[in-house]
Design a protein around this ligand. Structure first.
Ligand code: F6R
Length: 600
């Protein structure tokens, strides 16, 4: 949600470093974009719309400077026009600020500044920051002190970067919104997310809440709220820049769907001994088996939580899945609960807030995340990484599959000593999963099915048991990128109301894998749907006779019942992608959405 890039030490390359960083960060927001170059004078350029609009403007009118900051916005305060785009400046244009997050006391600060004679140019909460810096520059000795004094006045969540006329430094601070430094021999970078500067360095320093940073070329310093230096460790990132390009695909989403076999292989590498029937998770060596588990998550990750709770329950650990945004008002975790957040970004505000709530109630916490060094990973007692590699498309695909795989590994790991069960069949199915996914990706009929049903009035997705979260996820993905109405339901629920909406113009995707009572019941529901004239697309391993009642079939290989839903999900990802593509939607940057939702 909004992206920040900053750099010091790149001399005349500064502008190109900033625009490159903005393009890398566009998945975090794409309503408007801007840059400010500094060092001697401060020069700001910004435009409404996508980064391309800014780049075009820069071709004829580029600011110069030896350091700078940039921002791509997902609007929270005020419409996405040029005035509201970042950077925001003080009244003289000598201070420029970019900001992610929300300044909760912005209205009272605005009133105070207005009374002091400031005339605001934007509707944003951010604009109070450069104006406060302007005020404090009169009173304080140095620019750094003025920056610190201004930040002291703010309540809320923020990652902020600023440049100030006549000062060869980028100033930054973080509170409840991610900010990471990139360290190189000649230059220092700043990003709300690592891909912002991944092309230049893989050495990073994660800022913690309340920490300030000053970037001066190759020199950099981190200080605490009182101005005392903080010793920070420089860490290496194992992502490379290749992973953050489209690599010949039309969309990041398609590339990331296709990357799933590799992502899952990476996630399982060194963690499974299928012959011994053992899972090893090194980062959890000091975690004891919990009596019960609560999962907290949002959106797609919540669907992973629903799946995870079933897996845990089946292996003998009672588990609940809760929406992170509802957690504060949910019954508290029982004693000896482990609260596990599932979050690909590790930065989702609702999820962080649920985790902190659990911690304040004395629970032990863990996070399952794709982003090493993310806030959730650092704040939790235990972190387990999904290792899917960077995901740029706003719609989560490979990270969801990695979450489901990791949940299986975690459940096996925590129940290893409970005896009376042999995990080898399940672990073998997981080992074969990348190959099975590859066969789906190679043979999927999703493009044909999308062409056939792309003009329908609405779409339903149904499944039972492990396939229920897959139905929910299928519908979420579908509406997110196609902008068409889609609803996911437990198959048995359809007849309790929603069936009233089912017509010959509303295809129903029915996910049926395995055999037995659960699958047979879904076949029964499909017959009810067919009787109402709705087209049925069965996503199935053909272990039931559902194909007899379906208008189209998307096949998945036969495997363990707990692994089959991962395969079915990929078929649905592909259908969503192809329908959205056929309808000409903005697939990687769906309207109104952003990759990492850092406001509650
Ligand atoms: C949908 C999607 C979102 C996220 C949700 C939580 O494709 O990506 O629903 O799953 O915003 O994000 P994380 O997992 O980063 O906490």
């Amino acid at each position: 949600m909004c992206g920040i890039i900053g750099c010091a030490g790149r001399g005349s390359d500064t502008l190109s470093v900033l625009t490159h960083g903005l393009n890398q960060l566009e998945y975090r927001g794409y309503d408007s974009a801007g840059v400010a170059l500094g060092g001697h004078r401060v020069g700001v350029r910004k435009r409404a719309g996508e980064i391309e609009a800014l780049e075009q403007a820069l071709q004829t009118d580029a600011p110069t400077g030896s350091l700078g900051i940039g921002h791509t916005r997902w609007s929270t305060h005020g419409p996405p026009n040029q005035d509201n785009a970042h950077p925001h400046t003080d009244s003289t244009g000598s201070v420029a600020v970019v900001h992610n997050g929300i300044i909760e006391n912005h209205q009272s600060l605005r009133d105070e500044l207005k009374a002091a004679g400031h005339e605001f140019r934007s509707d944003t909460d951010t604009e109070v920051i450069p104006r406060l810096i302007e005020e404090y520059r009169v009173e304080e000795h140095t620019a750094a002190e003025a920056f610190r004094a201004a930040i002291d006045r703010l309540d809320g969540s923020y990652a902020i970067a600023a440049v100030i006329e006549g000062v060869s430094a980028v100033f930054a601070v973080r509170n409840d919104s991610p900010l990471v430094l990139g360290i190189d021999t000649e230059a220092t970078y700043l990003g709300s997310d690592v891909p912002a500067f991944l092309g230049y360095t893989d050495q990073v320093v994660y800022l913690d809440d309340g920490e300030f940073a000053e970037l001066r070329g190759s020199a950099w310093e981190v200080t605490d709220g009182s101005g005392h230096p903080v010793e920070k460790s420089v860490e290496s990132i194992d992502w490379d820049i290749e992973q953050t390009t489209k690599g010949g695909y039309d969309h990041y989403m398609l590339k990331e769907i296709y990357e799933q076999p590799t992502a899952l292989r990476q996630g399982m590498s060194g963690r499974i001994d299928e012959l011994a029937g053992r899972v090893t998770l090194d980062s959890l060596a000091d975690l004891n088996r919990p009596d019960r588990v609560q999962f907290v998550a949002c959106g797609t990750s919540y669907h992973a939580a629903l799946y995870g709770a079933r897996v845990f329950h089946e292996l003998g650990i009672p588990a609940q899945s809760l929406l992170a945004s509802e957690y504060a008002t949910s019954p508290p975790p029982a004693d000896d609960s482990l609260v596990i957040s599932i979050t690909q970004s590790g930065e989702t505000a609702d999820t962080l807030s649920a985790l902190r709530n659990a911690q304040s109630r004395g629970a032990q916490t863990m996070t399952i995340t794709n982003v090493v060094g993310s806030t959730a990973a650092r704040e939790c007692d235990h972190a387990l990484h999904t290792r899917a590699g960077p995901e740029i498309g706003v719609a989560a695909t490979k990270t969801f599959s990695s979450q489901l795989t990791t949940l299986n590994l975690l459940a096996e790991y925590l129940t290893e000593d409970t005896g009376g069960r042999d995990p080898r069949e399940r672990l073998l199915a997981l080992r074969d999963l990348p190959g099975d996914l590859l066969s789906i990706i190679d043979d999927s009929r999703a493009a044909d099915i999308a062409e056939r049903f792309r003009d329908a009035a609405g779409y339903f997705f149904i499944g039972r048991g492990y396939n229920h979260p897959v139905a929910l996820e299928g519908a979420l993905k579908f509406k997110e990128i196609s902008y068409e109405y889609a609803e996911g339901l437990a198959a048995g629920e359809l007849k309790h109301g929603t069936l009233a909406l089912v017509t010959e113009d509303t295809p129903v995707f029915a996910v049926v894998t395995g055999d037995g009572e659960t699958a047979d019941k879904t076949v029964g529901n499909v017959k009810e749907i067919q009787a109402r004239g709705a087209p049925v697309v069965a996503v199935t391993d053909r272990q039931t006779d559902i194909a007899r009642y379906a208008d189209a079939v998307m096949e998945v290989p036969e495997t363990h019942p707990r692994v089959a839903p991962l395969l079915a999900n990929v078929q649905l990802q592909l259908v969503s992608y192809h329908v959205a593509n056929a309808l000409g939607r903005s697939i990687d940057k769906p309207r109104n959405l952003a990759k990492s939702v850092t406001v509650e």
